[in-house]
Design a protein around this ligand. Structure first.
Ligand code: ADP
Length: 481
């Protein structure tokens, strides 16, 4: 049976606050399980366990090569248990099973191997200063890292944050999202099997305002890495100021996709569709605002609509399902509200706009919804919807497109389609975003830094930049006399 406890010191324990989270399957609204939810005293226990493990002989005292070997072992276990984890992910989150297995788990395994490979390549520098002096730097762990995880890619997001932190020798208290508490509990059993010493990785399910807040404000936590909404990130920044915690924040987006008149329209429609509809539109880098040159505007909408209508919406466990249900009723309601807003703001509905009547008549399914003639001042142009919901806006000139693209408070991703190579690089440099995709959309690679500017976040994950976020540099000055 699936464990339901809090995972502290490599054991599943009961919550001292008697808190519970009931997980609901978004595809049929049935109850999956009731699991323990942490209160502040449980957070404190987990932080103490992580603190004790930090300098323990079994973790602090082993070589980076040995830490790398443990991470490799975990990757192998994830691979061996991929189907089970993907089943739990699809059940709890609603994403298609094949997406969970091939994309989420596939990437999680790759991320672990990538950072396992880095573990023995983390080192400082020697700096000659004067003939009698030199300095060297040591790369040391930051310490106890609190990790606050969203529900859209539960295992993958956890692993993005675990891989580099473990490679650098940190210890961890991880709080999954309350909407998706299940797969990570099975993942915890793999941590036991991999042989991580007690306290190195603690996993505490819990609610944001209780467990999340207690972790953020705990004086003995050294860093918080968070992925979630911009509103919550603001609370976290404030809470983390109690002891000046280091922060990595990956927050919301309203990423533009700009289609110039010389774009390959088939490719632009294919990527544009995937860029927003993938994972039920629940991706922070979704290209949710499409800006199209007026000369190809109608044609682009026609092609986009065609692809949208071809994709199957249905049960996450059916082979050819492209779109499953939204993760929770709250998200489902929120998206329906934005659909109503779009209609009342005067945007033109191209397709969708309703709850989707799936086969069972239950579950949080929504029709993929496309609005066109969306204006810059409309709410649906400015606010993150986080669903299968896209807005399309025409433009006349390159500078107008750049202004529209940069015209929100967000700055996560941005994409453009053109065959003019000079224009591609010129526009890429002008877009206010942490990532730009030229002739693709909403793409990432574990070797490439991921993160946002403006209100889309602070810091970078993945790649070497993600690794750098988990060490501190100590400078040692040596006087030879
Ligand atoms: P969403 O609105 O998509 O659920 P959130 O930003 O609220 O996104 O949630 C992302 C993660 O942040 C979840 O793990 C959630 O429990 C956590 N969280 C929410 N509120 C707080 C808070 N005040 N302090 C710390 N963590 C929080």
């Amino acid at each position: 049976a699936l464990p339901t406890g809090l995972f502290i010191n490599n054991e599943f324990v009961k919550s001292q606050s008697d808190g519970k989270i009931v997980s609901i399957s978004p595809s049929d609204e049935s109850e999956i399980a009731s699991v323990e939810a942490a209160g502040p005293e449980d957070v404190d226990r987990a932080v103490k366990a992580a603190r004790a493990a930090l300098h323990s002989p079994e973790w602090g005292g082993i070589s980076n090569t040995e830490r790398g070997a443990l991470i490799y072992k975990l990757a192998d276990l994830l691979e061996a248990h991929k189907d089970t984890l993907a089943t739990l992910e699809a059940w709890d989150n609603g994403k298609p099973f094949s997406v969970a297995r091939d994309d989420d788990l596939g990437e999680a395994i790759a991320v672990l191997r990538y950072y396992a490979g880095w573990a023995d390549k983390i080192h400082g520098l020697t700096i000659p200063t004067t003939p009698q002096k030199f300095a060297y730097t040591l790369k040391q762990p930051i310490g106890v890292c609190g990790k606050i995880i969203p529900w859209n890619f539960p295992i993958m997001m956890a692993v993005w944050k675990l891989g580099p932190a473990l490679a650098c020798g940190n210890t961890i208290v991880l709080k999954p999202a309350e909407q998706t508490p299940i797969s990570i509990l099975y993942f915890a059993t793999l941590l036991q099997k991999a042989g991580f010493p007690p306290g190195v990785i603690n996993i505490i399910n819990g609610y944001g305002k209780e467990a999340g807040d207690a972790l953020v404000t705990h004086p003995d936590v050294d860093k918080i890495a968070f992925t979630g909404s911009t509103v919550t990130a603001r609370y976290i920044m404030k809470g983390a100021s109690v002891n000046l915690k280091a922060l990595t924040l990956e927050t919301g987006g309203k990423s533009p996709l700009v289609i110039f008149e010389d774009a390959d329209l088939d490719q632009a429609a294919k990527w544009g569709h995937l860029g927003i509809m993938y994972n039920q539109g629940q991706v922070c880098t979704s290209t949710s605002r499409i800006l199209v040159h007026e000369s190809v505007y109608q044609e682009y909408i026609t092609r986009f609509k065609k692809i949208t209508l071809e994709n199957k919406i249905g049960n996450p466990f059916e082979d050819d399902t492209f779109q499953g249900p939204q993760v929770t009723r709250a998200q489902y309601d929120r998206i329906l509200k934005y659909i109503a807003t779009g209609k009342s703001e005067g945007a033109k509905l191209v397709t969708g706009g309703n709850p989707h009547k799936n086969i069972q008549g239950k579950g949080f399914y929504i029709e993929p919804t496309v609005f066109c003639d969306v204006k810059e001042n409309m709410q649906i142009f400015q606010e993150e919807v986080f669903g299968p919901f896209v807005s399309i806006t025409p433009f006349k000139a390159e500078q107008e497109a750049i202004n529209l693209a940069n015209g929100t408070s967000y700055g996560l991703g941005a994409a453009l389609f053109s065959k003019d190579i000079e224009r591609c690089h010129r526009v890429a440099a002008s877009l206010e975003s942490g990532m730009v995709w030229i002739n693709s959309s909403n793409d990432s690679d574990i070797r490439v830094p991921f993160g946002g500017v403006k209100q889309s976040g602070v810091g970078r994950e993945l790649g070497e930049a993600g690794l750098a976020a988990y060490s501190q540099t100590k400078a040692v000055h040596v006087n030879l006399g």
